[in-house]
Design a protein around this ligand. Structure first.
Ligand code: G6P
Length: 612
């Protein structure tokens, strides 16, 4: 939620900041703002996208070698010019941008009001800027750094902040608790951002701030401290992201690019882990916790949104092959319900961004209760991989489109590898079957390519049903969560109401909705439930529903029944979720485009939800 960027150095800050904001726009895009510091501070902010801000600033003074920028996803106060960041304290001493939520902002605000402060915006961030200023003015001879430190000691909640001070125009102060902040190290210059994507084109050397840390940064010096004022030695990391991976590369949208990248993304997820030659699947990141997993009484998978759906697919696969009982929970529910967790439990936390606030909090809770926690994350160096005991990176590359696609298939790939590796280790899969599965996994990228080749057909189907008001998605077994994911994709980017259901449950409710206007997407590949799903299709047809079926190539029976079929190649049951989701992603994409929706930045959503 919200993206923040900053720069201090000798170059013009404005082009660096505006480009950085465009890279971070996926984190929030209801308003944006910039502060430029050139002896004095100039602030420009407005409702709308970063491009609106650019137009707004076009004829303004853009000079300054120091600056900060913010793109907002509203929490406190509606999106408008006043609530946009940066927020300047009442007497102009401090300028602040913030990602996160100050939970005790109301109490702090009342205290500040009783001390004569008034507020222009409804935001918690303005409270923070005034609090810093109040402390600065009421204590004698205090530095900006000290004022920020004292203010943060009074704050409850989450923040990634950048602060500029009127009296010390050659420094920027960054601090983090709960919301990510990365600092890029250049030559006599530093870059700040919520994630590494705005930084990679300037430098690959970065420092990831940890919770409770702050950095006091001049052009040629960085001092890292705890918020309690203990000096720390910065740990410099080299980031491994190339610039092409964060550009659209000729595609109309990031989402389409990311859908088409899936064969490569999955190969990258396999790399060094699945070997046909060595007849082996091995996840090195789990090495030290393997005994724990093998002895686990239970696996609990937690995540939010699409990551939760990946977890549901994982449940089927892990139970089937590893034969360990699995529960899957929304991280947001798990953390608030005093769950019974013991040292014999293994928790798998799934997150593309590695920053989702509810998932992070659920991990902390599980650790407190003694469980072993494993992370499955895409963003290297994010908070979740640093908070877990062990983990597996999905290595799908940066995912920029707000609707998750390649991150999902990469997560399912990791869970499939995990299920097969454990299944073999625990003696549930014999050598012959294991080899068949390894071959099936190795063939996934080329089989996804075959599905992507049907995109023209899928686009035609999408165009035909773009005006439907409701969609139903049906699947059974591990394909039920794929149905949920298909429905979520459609809701997210085209704003059509859609529901995912286990196919057999249709007759317990959703069947009442079916009429000739209702498209029903049925995942009906050939597995042990095939006949039952065919019956479900007949039930839909008997009520004049429109059936779009995802079938195994060559299926004639369903071809004769359904209005449309999209074929996926044959494969072992364990890998069909990875194939069946691809047409669903494309259906949503083409419907959203046909409805003229903003595919990469759907309304009200954000890629990374760092608020609770
Ligand atoms: C947001 C995004 C979803 C994502 C979910 C969980 O809602 O819009 O696409 O699935 O967060 O995010 P995570 O980064 O934890 O996977």
């Amino acid at each position: 939620m919200c993206g923040i960027v900053g720069y201090i150095g000798h170059k013009d800050a404005y082009p660096i900041l505006i480009k950085g904001l465009k890279r971070l726009e996926y984190r929030g895009y209801d308003s944006a703002g910039i502060a430029l510091i050139n002896g004095k501070t100039r602030t420009y902010k407005c409702k709308g996208k970063v491009s609106d801000l650019e137009t707004f600033i076009a004829n303004q003074d853009k000079s300054g070698n120091i600056g900060m920028g913010h793109t907002r996803w509203a929490t406190h106060g509606e999106p408008n010019d006043v609530n946009a960041h940066p927020h300047i304290s009442e007497n102009g001493y401090f300028t602040v941008i913030h990602n996160g939520i100050i939970e005790n902002y109301d109490t702090l605000k009342k205290e500040l009001i009783s001390n004569g402060y008034s507020f222009k915006s409804e935001t918690d961030t303005e409270v923070l800027s005034n609090l810093i200023e109040y402390i600065f003015l009421s204590k004698k001879e205090i530095t900006a750094e000290k004022a920020v430190r004292y203010a943060l000691s009074k704050v409850i909640g989450a923040y990634g902040i950048l602060v500029a001070a009127k009296d010390e125009t050659n420094i920027l102060i960054a601090a983090r608790k709960g919301s990510p902040l990365v600092i890029g190290i250049g030559h006599n210059e530093y870059f700040f951002a919520s994630d590494a994507t705005p930084i990679v084109e300037h430098t690959k050397s970065v420092i990831y701030l940890d919770d409770g840390q702050m950095a006091i940064v001049e052009r040629d010096n960085l001092m890292l401290k705890t918020i309690q004022n203990d000096v720390l030695k910065p740990e410099v990391t080299e980031i491994d992201i190339n610039i092409e991976s964060i550009e659209k590369d000729g595609y109309d949208h990031f989402m389409l690019k990311e859908i088409f990248e899936q064969p490569i993304a999955i190969k990258d997820t396999f790399r060094g882990r699945v070997s046909k030659r060595h007849q082996r699947i091995y996840l090195g990141g789990l090495h030290k916790v393997l005994p724990k997993i093998n002895n686990a009484k239970r696996i609990i998978i937690i995540g939010c949104g699409t990551s939760w759906h990946a977890g549901l697919v994982g449940e089927y696969l892990l139970e089937e092959y590893a034969r360990i009982p699995v529960e899957v929970e929304y991280a947001s529910e798990f953390r608030y319900r005093n769950p019974i967790i013991t040292e014999d439990d293994v928790v798998i936390a799934i997150s593309q961004s590695g920053e989702t606030a509810d998932t992070l909090a659920a991990i902390k809770l599980a650790k407190e209760k003694g469980a072993t926690v494993i992370g499955v994350c895409n963003v290297v160096g994010a908070s979740i991989p640093r908070e877990t005991h062990a983990g597996v990176y999905t290595h799908a590359g940066p995912e920029i489109g707000v609707a998750s696609t390649k991150a999902f298939t990469a997560q399912v790939t990791v869970l499939t590898m995990m299920a097969l590796m454990l299944g073999r280790e625990r003696g549930n899969i014999d050598a012959k079957l294991y080899m068949e599965m390894i071959t099936a996994m190795s063939n996934v990228p080329k089989n996804i390519t075959k599905i992507l080749e049907q995109s023209d057909l899928i686009k035609k189907i999408a165009d035909k049903y773009k005006d439907a008001s409701n969609f139903l998605y049906l699947g059974r077994g591990a394909l039920f969560p794929v149905a949920l994911e298909g429905a979520l994709k459609l809701k997210e980017i085209s704003y059509i109401h859609a529901e995912g259901y286990p196919a057999a449950e249709m007759k317990h409710g959703p069947i009442a909705l079916i009429d000739e206007k209702m498209p029903v997407v049925v995942i009906a590949t050939k597995d042990k439930s095939y006949e039952k799903v065919v019956t479900n299709i007949q039930e839909v047809k008997a009520r004049k529903g429109v059936v779009i079926a995802i079938v195994t190539e060559g299926d004639q029976i369903i071809k004769n029944l359904a209005n449309h079929v999209i074929e996926v190649p044959k494969g072992h049951d364990s890998i069909i979720p990875l194939l069946a989701v691809i047409p669903l992603q494309l259906i949503s994409y083409y419907i959203a485009v046909a409805r003229d929706c903003n595919v990469d930045q759907p309304r009200n959503l954000a890629k990374s939800v760092t608020v609770e």
